[in-house]
Design a protein around this ligand. Structure first.
Ligand code: IPD
Ligand code: CA
Ligand code: CA
Length: 272
């Protein structure tokens, strides 16, 4: 399947940054046994990856704006286009030598995501999508899973870090999900959670407290794979609210319903 010129630019940038991360992963593995650990090295690897992506994209489209996790926002002279980039999603995995992380690049045009690339250099999984052209994993067309039965569903989620997010709400949501789904997974890279929904590996996924670069490429991957992705109210404010619910039509609808009920349970009982 031939890709558009701009998608090829995104793929090239993701591959280059991914190669750099893969090289660095070798060093991270060595550093596990050192007393200081690999933390500083990983911070540098993350910044290096973003710089590679920024340079590569900038060479091809110098006018576009850029929003990256490490370097923040840079306005472009072309105000209708913006890159949204997570150079290393799944940092904690990377830090521990766990080969589940990705470079994720999205292109926003007039406020809508029109192309997305998410690349895991550890296993060479390249997920790409463009508006109206479908979603692909390593050039093979992908679709969301067709399962309708919740009791057969494998579902991904995020977990709030200690001291962040609403732990009580998370416990209620997880308890509700455990009662209905076959299995819950917390793999630690939001961009891959969404890409795996697109590829039919996960049946549903929800998470809150995310940033735009965790979500942007996944939005178009899931939609072009025939899936649904919204914020947790069922609306289109995923990027601004930093939350997602995704799956096929049934899974997405049932997940929202379940989370809503769990949210009501987590509310303190009102005095009568
Ligand atoms: C994190 C991962 C993780 C999600 C966190 C994100 P990072 O991104 O996507 O799965 O639960 O909320 O911040 O820090 O590894 O780029
Ligand atoms: Ca991230
Ligand atoms: Ca990151």
């Amino acid at each position: 399947m031939p890709h558009s010129a701009v998608l090829n630019v995104m793929i090239k940038a993701a591959y280059r940054a991914g190669r750099s991360l893969k090289r660095d992963l070798g060093e991270v593995e060595n550093l596990q046994v050192s007393l200081k650990g690999p933390r500083n090295f990983v911070t540098a690897a993350d910044r290096r990856a973003e710089e590679i992506v920024r340079q590569e994209l900038g060479k091809a489209r110098p006018d576009y704006g850029f929003l990256g996790e490490e370097g923040g926002a840079r306005a472009g002279t072309d105000t209708s286009h913006r890159w949204i980039v997570d150079p290393l999603d799944g940092t904690t995995n990377f830090l521990h030598g766990i080969p589940h992380f990705a470079v994720s690049i999205a292109l926003e045009r007039n406020g809508a995501i029109v192309a997305g690339v998410t690349y895991n250099p550890a296993n060479d999984d390249l997920f790409v999508a463009e508006r109206g052209k479908g979603a692909f994993l390593n050039d093979r067309r992908i679709r969301v899973a067709a399962r309708k039965n919740l009791a057969e569903a494998v579902v991904a989620c995020g977990l709030p870090h200690y001291g962040r997010g609403d732990l009580k709400l998370a416990r209620h949501e997880i308890a509700a999900a455990q009662q209905h789904f076959a299995g819950l997974r917390r793999l630690g890279a939001a961009t891959l959670d969404l890409a795996w929904i697109a590829a039919g590996r996960f049946d549903a996924y929800w998470e809150r407290d995310l940033s735009p670069w965790d979500i942007a490429a996944g939005l178009i991957l899931v939609r072009e794979a025939g899936g649904f992705v919204t914020d947790l109210e069922g609306g289109d404010e995923t990027l601004t609210r930093g939350e997602v619910a995704a799956g096929n039509d049934t899974m997405h609808r049932e997940l929202l319903r379940l989370l809503k009920a769990a949210g009501a349970d987590a509310e303190p009982a009102k005095a009568s």
